[in-house]
Design a protein around this ligand. Structure first.
Ligand SMILES: Cc1ncc(COP(=O)(O)O)c(C=O)c1O
Length: 398
């Protein structure tokens, strides 16, 4: 008999990775799929970053590094925070991990456990609730709606706080909604936490991808007391097109970093030496590549928003950051497509992929039934053709 642990059984597979896998299977069978499921830039990593990695391999920078990252990478992260956000931090406040997902896992493992509550505003990035559950803590979901711009209010937050609240997770710009909280809105949220002893885990991985007048805010800079209570998460995957390099980090109170370091030392010894050398080049090197990619994403956002808003029955709050459109398709629930009835966001995505070969992720995976998520981090021709297909397919619904 094969025994599987309760922990493994309690974890749901990532819905975005599952959606990507389904599309890959169809593609392998020769089907042309319009895949909008994965949150990854289609750009290649900029050349100067790849060159730094090549140099690392050529010069023997291929060994274990300190568990929490090299002195160079920590210095680069500290310098980047100072120049981008005006945040002062020291190397002892920094730990680099194998992707921001890993950083979040380690941060939660270091700070919460059974009996603790972690507040997560919905819609939320698919992994948050499972990462919390894996520690034995309880995710407490606070619903936000399109009417509030998918923003949790301070009053909602206050109502969710209990004596067991140990952490609040924030994510602005947000995956999946593209919501960007203003500085004042974030101030109201952190102030609602000031008389608790809970950490604020602020996932700011899309901070360099905001559009129009929206501006990113580094939560740790909002109030002096936040430096001792905030775990800031970010990474290179989105801004520097480095998903495969697996570079994420946390900036946190030294004691939290130390606990994360101990956990990481047993989990994985250290992040990749070659990827760390690449990250140093990404953060210290020319930043024009980020601006160029942002400009391209901004054009794709315009294109996506225009095409989606023209589809009857689709309701789309305009995303202000990240690279996702999160739209309401519930007007199509209970309709029949071919021989299939669509009843919810999951069946909508399954039937859409099967019949029109357009791949979206069901909103239910992000805690928002009625919605679907489309990543527009793909080329404009695919966006145009895929959304034309979606529109045609929706028109067949009876
Ligand atoms: C909100 C958010 N946080 C963290 C991550 C993890 O990024 P990575 O592990 O590639 O650094 C993602 C990736 O999709 C994300 O959308």
């Amino acid at each position: 008999m094969i025994r599987i642990s309760d922990l493994a059984k309690s974890v749901k597979p990532s819905a975005t990775i599952a959606a990507g896998t389904k599309a890959r299977q169809l593609k392998a069978a020769g089907v042309k799929v319009f895949d909008f499921s994965l949150g990854e830039p289609d750009f290649n990593t900029p050349k100067h970053i790849c060159d730094a990695a090549e140099k690392a391999t050529a010069t023997g920078n291929t060994h274990y590094t300190p568990t929490s990252g090299t002195a160079e990478v920590k210095a680069a992260i500290c310098a980047w925070y100072k120049s981008f956000h005006g945040l002062d931090c020291l190397p002892e406040n920094v730990i680099v991990s194998n992707g921001a997902k890993h950083s979040i896992h380690n941060a939660l493992a270091a700070t919460v456990g059974p009996g603790d509550e972690v507040i997560i505003p919905t819609p939320y990035w698919v992994s948050y609730s499972d990462l919390v559950s894996m520690t034995g803590a309880t995710p407490v979901l606070v619903n936000s709606t399109p009417e509030s711009g998918f923003k949790m209010t301070a009053a909602q937050l206050r109502a969710a706080v209990t004596k067991n609240t140990r952490c609040l997770m924030l994510n602005s710009p947000c995956n999946p909604t593209g919501t960007v909280y203003s500085r004042a809105e974030l101030e109201a949220l952190v102030d609602a936490m000031s008389d608790t002893d809970a950490y604020i885990l602020s996932d700011e991985i899309y901070e360099q991808l905001t559009f129009g007048t929206a501006k990113p805010t580094c939560v740790a800079t909002l109030r002096p007391w936040l430096k001792d209570r905030t775990i800031t998460i970010s990474g290179a995957s989105k801004s520097y097109a480095m998903t495969g390099w697996r570079m994420g980090w946390a900036v946190a109170p030294a004691a939290v970093v130390k606990a994360m370091d101990t956990i990481q030392s047993q989990e994985t010894s250290c992040p990749s030496s070659v990827s760390q050398a690449a990250l140093v080049a990404a953060l210290n090197g020319p930043q024009e590549c980020v601006g160029e990619m942002r400009t391209e994403f901004a054009k794709r956002r315009e294109l996506t928003v225009g095409l989606l808003q023209a589809i009857p029955g689709v309701k789309l709050p305009v995303p202000e950051g990240a690279f996702y459109a999160f739209f309401d398709v519930s007007a199509y629930f209970k309709k029949t497509f071919g021989d299939k009835v669509v009843t919810d966001s999951l069946s909508f995505c399954n039937v859409l992929l099967e019949q029109a070969h357009v791949n979206l992720v069901p909103g239910v995976a992000f805690g928002a039934e009625g919605f679907v998520r489309m990543s527009f981090a793909t080329n404009p021709a695919t966006i145009e053709a895929g959304l034309a297909k979606l529109r045609e397919w929706l028109a067949t619904g009876r």
